[in-house]
Design a protein around this ligand. Structure first.
Ligand code: RIB
Length: 328
């Protein structure tokens, strides 16, 4: 089995509650409950596999039969899996609340995902990959190992630094070819980047070191591009929710608008984008801009469905959606 995309990352049991309004502190509200498979790594792997690209997911679970139970779902998506069982950890779990506007709040316990170590990842599984993806729900030393090994193998390494945890190790950026943060992750990365700090003191930024999401949204494309360059990663793609995304390559940048669709549930939209981007890279001969266009169609389709991994669209739906949009 040769997988063009390999995702090394998190598997999480999502416990999702749908309610009109988020509960306030001390309040109890009644909602609908839908459990399902999730975790940023697994969601991204499902997105890439459903887009029609041979994909392998490598992750860790507790000794509770999760790996066995998830197999039929993965198989239906065409996803290959390599689960490592961690006897002393529980499987990751997340409580997700989705309000009537499709916005979400998430609390996650990473459990076994943090127990996935380099020795758990057989090198031959990484070797054939064209694209290797990692996220921030894994141990950062493991992320560094995977990206370094993949890059040595000649794969395109993609890091989605979500969520940004306090232990984030900037050393992982050295092995990253494509960095895909959302607005809050980008803001956090800029805040801890020494060369960004120097740039931010100059015009047109003129900040005294503080950088917020509001500052980010007010930037011209040129100014945002210069800031992306300070992160010293060849390609930076900032996902901007309903505003679309911004793609910064060494000498060129592009803003891509989001598709205007009816939003049901935004949970996992970032994962749809990242998994869709990996699939797009393989389908579209490694063209970054075209892959980002493809990714934004995958994200748009995912927010029209409830859930995380189950909301990822299949290749036929993506092709139909893109065809319709291109003819508008
Ligand atoms: O990005 C959405 C995912 O974040 C959910 O599936 C949840 O498990 C958390 O990891």
């Amino acid at each position: 089995m040769k997988s063009a995309v390999v995702v090394v990352g998190s598997f999480v049991q999502d416990l999702a509650f749908y309610t009109k309004d988020f509960p306030r502190p001390g309040e109890t509200v009644v909602g609908d409950f839908r459990p399902g498979p999730g975790g940023k790594g697994f969601n991204q792997a499902i997105a890439a596999a459903r887009a029609g690209i041979p994909t392998l997911f490598i992750g860790a679970v507790g000794p509770d039969g999760s790996a066995h139970r998830i197999r039929p779902f993965a198989r239906d998506a065409g996803l290959h899996t390599h689960f490592v069982e961690k006897p002393k950890h529980s499987t990751g779990a997340a409580v997700i609340t989705v309000n009537g506007a499709g916005q979400n709040q998430i609390i996650i316990s990473l459990g076994a995902n943090l127990g996935l170590k380099p020795r758990d990842i057989p090198a031959p599984l990484l070797a054939p990959a064209q694209v290797v993806l990692c996220q921030g729900e894994s141990d950062y030393a493991t992320v560094g190992y995977v990206l370094r090994t993949a890059r040595r193998n000649g794969a395109i390494t993609v890091l989605n630094p979500a969520p940004m945890r306090p232990e984030f190790d900037p050393a992982v950026l050295r092995h990253t070819e494509v960095l895909i943060p959302n607005e809050s992750e980008f803001t956090a990365l800029v805040q801890q980047c020494p060369s960004c700090a120097a740039l931010l003191r100059t015009a047109p930024y003129n900040t005294r070191g503080e950088f917020t999401e509001e500052t980010l949204h007010a930037l011209t494309a040129e100014a945002l591009h210069r800031l992306c360059r300070c992160l010293q990663v060849p390609v930076v793609i900032v996902t901007l929710g309903a505003r679309g995304c911004f793609v910064s390559q060494p000498d060129v940048f592009l803003r891509i608008n989001a598709h205007d669709v009816e939003v049901v549930d935004t949970t996992g939209a970032g994962d749809a984008f990242v998994g869709g981007f990996a699939a797009g890279l393989v389908k579209l001969k490694h063209n970054i801009f075209e892959a980002a266009h493809y990714a934004s169609a995958v994200a748009a389709l995912s927010v029209m469905q409830p859930g995380t991994a189950p909301s990822m669209p299949i290749a036929r739906e993506i092709a139909r959606f893109l065809k319709k949009r291109d003819h508008k």
